[in-house]
Design a protein around this ligand. Structure first.
Ligand SMILES: [Zn+2]
Length: 122
């Protein structure tokens, strides 16, 4: 089953908030005109401290909002990416169990905080 465009926008948001993720930006069907397109560019609009990221249907120019962030949330996202990367590097090497558990905990806390915040900003 194909995702609808809003669900796909949520997935792209999740991708923005994490380090990795597969390509979620192709084969999107526009709700307004039915056009199927790939997201080539994610646009950002600034309102003071807030940044709204969105993409646009190339045919009818309908906007689809992906995520709204403020500087606090952007900080959290950066933090999360940094921990994620560290975690990737640690994987497969011989680290003490406690060190890995500590990282896991840290990551899940940052994850929770950024998800809570993203919801509040919607
Ligand atoms: Zn369209």
């Amino acid at each position: 089953m194909k995702d609808n465009v809003e669900r796909r926008a949520l997935k792209i948001a999740a991708k923005i908030m994490t380090a990795g993720g597969r390509n979620m930006t192709s084969n999107i069907m526009c709700n307004a005109c039915g056009n199927i397109f790939d997201v080539k560019k994610i646009l950002t609009k600034k309102h003071g401290d807030y940044e709204v990221q969105y993409f646009v249907c190339p045919k009818c120019e309908r906007k689809y909002q992906i995520i709204t962030t403020d500087s606090k949330l952007r900080d959290l996202i950066r933090q999360r990416k940094r921990i994620d990367r560290k975690f990737q590097l640690m994987r497969g090497k011989h680290f003490r169990k406690e060190a890995i558990q500590k990282m896991e905990f840290e990551l899940s806390e940052v994850k929770k905080a950024s998800e809570r915040m993203a919801k509040g900003l919607k």
